[in-house]
Write a protein that binds this ligand. Structure first.
Ligand SMILES: [Zn+2]
Length: 96
């Protein structure tokens, strides 16, 4: 679903999808999800933040596997990866 949403671009425009197993953006080489990918994902999912988070949690699992296989000793922290892949999209809780 993510790949499909990210590929709806005019011909010649590179989609901002992850280059695995590095998890860098294929279009701009920023860490994925780059700002453009985040905007696109938010646009595709709209108010369905739960659906977006489910997708991102699946990708988080895959990213942890890939990145720790590449760097077993110095892989990214679980908290850092969560913030990068899921935290930006999580619904904000309201405090009254
Ligand atoms: Zn990008």
């Amino acid at each position: 679903m993510c790949d499909q949403a990210m590929k709806e671009l005019p011909p010649g425009v590179r989609p901002h999808v992850p280059r695995r197993p590095l998890w860098l953006c294929r279009a701009c080489a920023d860490v994925w999800p780059c700002p453009t990918a985040r905007l696109k994902l938010k646009a595709v999912y709209g108010d369905d933040r739960a659906g977006l988070c489910v997708l991102l949690c699946g990708l988080l699992y895959e990213a942890i596997e890939d990145l720790h296989r590449l760097n077993p000793r110095t892989g990214p922290s679980p908290q850092g990866l969560f913030d990068r892949l899921v935290g930006w999209a999580a619904p904000r809780s309201h405090v009254d």
